[in-house]
Write a protein that binds this ligand. Structure first.
Ligand SMILES: Cc1ncc(COP(=O)(O)O)c(C=O)c1O
Length: 446
């Protein structure tokens, strides 16, 4: 049963948040977790559902920011982690499981001639950029405005700013204080899906360009698909400039297809980074790439390290997660797409029925609702024109009705293989009510 507006309680979550704020800045160790006004301390998860400390149950579309591709606490993942914990928790030596998980990745990811493990997506993109700089002997990277590649200084530029400048030479804006301008000088910003501008920016920077890094589907300002041919053009432009193409597949990897966006769109990157859905809930990330590039890693050459890299518990969880995902010729991905498409269709119908001015865009396992009169959002600049306040109000209303969607249209709606047709029906019914309420509040007639 869904929680109704009147039933939902939040007293314990609110008390805990106040307690937490006394000792942890903002109340949680990631500003994303308390940035929106719906304090929710989770205690239990099963399949597509998550429960909070007050006993409320939600259909979960946050899914650990994309990690829980097989839902909460999949019994095979839990069992694998438990078994490993009893055998070897940690060693600091190589373990056989590392070869096993690397081989599973290599079987499906198009560019995975070699594989390296890290613990987070942040580390993976940081290492990939360093490797690209080392092997090309050049320094600059091109990064797209509105994309997010983790929490290190190389990439925390023009993630979210209301003033991006001219398309032909976008401003480069640090995301936070504390990020040195000297690092910024190694980063050039380009607008997403604007090939003409990108071509000029690449040519302007080619003599010192080490890499172009892109989320193949932009998924950190809602979900913005690449225009047809755009990813292929990225590859050609990188090649022309003797630079590497890095696909940051931390969100698209093990979500769009067994081989991620590289398989889905048929474009192979020189290096690719994975995290989130690779582990199904355990902390693990990977860098995959061409053998001739990754063979340059070693003592006295390019370094690669981390105490927790290829942690036995994470490898055990990831191995079970991949077995579930890759069984029966990737049937799980058909399910992710078909359930997601049903949900997108239901939400579009609810938008039509309520006459609210909004669109739904993306792909089944990964999509977003934008409150806008645009027929499509194709760039960060267009995203800036959407009504983000209406989205936040809508998502908070969904939350009150028992559907957990992060209340910021910069995030996205994510599916797991455990979401059912019943979840879709309940979500669409809640969404229709929420659209009606938001339309009244914001006068949003189409
Ligand atoms: C595309 C992308 N790359 C990298 C990262 C960083 O991953 P992590 O949070 O595991 O460090 C994220 C996280 O949201 C992401 O969305």
């Amino acid at each position: 049963m869904m929680n109704s507006l009147l039933q939902r309680k939040s007293s314990k979550s609110e008390t805990l948040l106040n307690e937490a704020k006394k000792i942890i800045p903002t109340g949680a160790s990631s500003v994303m977790r308390t940035r929106i006004p719906n304090p929710m301390f989770a205690v239990r998860g099963r399949g597509s559902r998550v429960w909070d400390v007050d006993g409320n149950m939600y259909i979960d579309y946050l899914l650990g920011f994309g990690s829980l591709i097989n839902g909460h606490c999949h019994p095979r993942i839990v069992e694998a982690v438990k078994k490993q914990a009893e055998e070897l928790l940690m060693s600091g030596t190589p373990v056989e499981l590392e070869i096993e998980v690397a081989s599973k990745i290599q079987r499906v990811v198009p560019n995975a001639e070699m594989v390296l493990f890290a613990s987070t997506g942040t580390e993976a993109t940081m290492e990939a950029i360093r490797i690209a700089r080392a092997v090309t002997g050049k320094t600059k990277i091109i990064k797209f405005e509105g994309s997010y590649h983790g929490h290190h200084d190389y990439v925390l530029w023009s993630v979210e700013s209301s003033n991006p400048g001219l398309e032909i030479s976008p401003f480069r804006i640090p995301y936070y204080p504390g990020i040195p301008e000297s690092v910024g000088k190694t980063v050039t910003i380009a607008p997403w899906n604007n090939l003409e501008a990108l071509r000029k920016i690449v040519r302007r920077n080619r003599s010192n360009l080490a890499a172009i890094i892109a989320e193949p589907v932009m998924a950190n300002n809602g979900v913005i698909l690449p225009k047809p041919g755009f990813l292929k053009a990225l590859k050609e432009l990188a090649e022309e400039a003797d630079a590497l193409l890095i696909f940051d597949e931390v969100i698209t990897g093990f979500r769009l297809a067994p081989g991620g966006a590289q398989e889905y769109f048929g474009v192979k990157a020189d290096l690719a980074t994975f995290g989130k859905a690779l582990g199904g809930g355990v902390p693990i990330a990977a860098v995959t790439g061409r053998r001739d590039i990754l063979e340059n890693i070693g003592p006295g050459k390019i370094g690669f390290g981390g105490t927790y890299n290829a942690h036995p518990l994470s490898l055990a969880g990831a191995s079970a997660n991949l077995d579930i995902l890759l069984a029966n010729n990737g049937e799980a991905f058909q399910r992710l797409h078909s359930t997601g498409e049903k949900l997108m269709k239901g939400l579009r119908q609810a938008i039509d029925d309520t006459g609210v001015e909004a669109i739904v865009q993306g792909l089944g396992p990964l999509f977003q609702v934008y409150f806008t009169n645009l027929p499509e959002v194709t760039s960060y600049r267009e995203k800036l024109q959407t009504n983000s306040a209406a989205y936040t109000a809508w998502a908070l209303k969904m939350f009150e009705k028992g559907v957990y969607i992060y209340a910021d249209d910069g995030e996205r709606i994510l599916l797991s293989t455990m979401h059912t047709d019943e979840d879709v029906e309940l979500t669409v019914a809640a969404a229709e009510e929420a659209f009606r309420e938001v339309k009244k509040q914001f006068s949003l007639a189409a």
